[in-house]
Design a protein around this ligand. Structure first.
Ligand SMILES: [Zn+2]
Length: 316
């Protein structure tokens, strides 16, 4: 980044495409460098001050240790491994923390619904969480410096079964993540069918076919298995036309470099016959949504009216 700034002041957008560092991380980095007096902000642009950056290893190591110790303290508090009042006193640097004798740890009695809520409460909470619609809004514009320009065509609104560490799907979601999104736990496939059933009441056009989204390695296989199941249950045609060729997508890339990689990795492997409606684009997981966007663009360019993403796990 400092090399990029050596050429003169730059905006965050310019630095983003020059370095390929994700926006949030880039801004944190700039703020830290500004505190150290290495960069300065002038209006909307960042400039180098000419000061050399010296990494103070001792300072950052100490800071990391302090933050870890604080996190441990919070974990112990949450797990009730001691008087809750004493933890607060300790966190506020009280020199003589003492047992209060009144909190739930000291008395051993939790307020309603207690430590273990009744099974029907748990079931009701799970059913509620699973019944919430998770809408995937289509991305609108291509980032700068990629093969396509301007407005994104061919991508319609989508649905996900679970978002982040969704409480409705705790165990099944952990199984899915442990497998690296390579296997699909049965309850989540059932969840996808439920999502479709609710979605069918409000969608403007019924999908005419199911397409597995292209993904690297085992994830591509999982997308295909999901599409096969959905095609079978929904009695829809399955169009396995997208292919992933080349390396996996690196993590932590900003939009421009990520889309450039996806545009070279995802290809249409077969022609698509004219369809009477849009397609369901199936994927086991999504984060930025750029892979689905590139898949939808390729399908659109091949004559498909629109792609409706159906995703098992949407990551934050
Ligand atoms: Zn206490």
């Amino acid at each position: 980044m400092l090399i990029a700034l050596a050429a003169g002041p730059q905006s965050t957008v310019e630095l983003d495409s020059a370095t390929g560092v994700r926006r949030g991380r880039l801004e944190t980095l700039l703020k830290i460098l500004a505190v150290d007096g290495v960069v300065t902000k002038d209006g909307t642009r960042w400039a180098s001050t000419g000061e050399t950056y010296v990494h103070n290893t001792t300072k950052w190591d100490t800071l990391t240790r302090m933050r870890r110790a604080e996190a441990d303290l919070m974990r112990q508090y949450a797990h009730g491994q001691g008087c809750l009042m004493a933890y607060l006193q300790q966190a506020l640097d009280d020199p003589s923390p003492a047992q209060c004798g009144r909190c739930s740890v000291c008395t051993g009695a939790l307020p309603q619904p207690g430590l273990a809520p009744a099974a029907e409460w748990l079931e009701a909470a799970r059913a509620f969480s699973r019944g919430v619609d998770i809408v995937i809004e289509p991305r609108k514009l291509w980032p700068q410096g990629v093969g396509r320009r301007g407005r994104i065509a061919g991508l319609l609104e989508g649905r996900a079964v679970a978002f982040a560490d969704d409480p409705g799907w705790g165990e099944a979601l952990r199984d899915l993540q442990r497998s690296g999104y390579g296997t699909l736990p049965e309850p989540l496939v059932g969840g996808a069918v439920e999502v479709l059933r609710r979605w069918a009441k409000v969608w403007s056009q019924r999908p005419a076919a199911v397409v597995p989204a292209a993904a690297f390695g085992a994830q591509g296989e999982a997308n295909r298995r999901l599409a096969v199941e959905i095609a079978r249950i929904g009695r829809l045609e399955m169009l396995d036309v997208l292919r992933w060729e080349g390396e996996a997508l690196g993590s932590d890339l900003s939009s421009g470099p990520a889309v450039r990689h996806l545009e070279s990795a995802i290809v249409l492997g077969a022609p698509v016959e004219p369809l009477p409606g849009p397609v369901l684009l199936c994927a086991a997981s999504m984060r930025s949504g750029w892979a689905l966007t590139v898949c939808a663009a390729l399908l659109h360019e091949a004559g498909v009216r629109g792609s409706m993403p159906l995703v098992i796990h949407r990551l934050p």
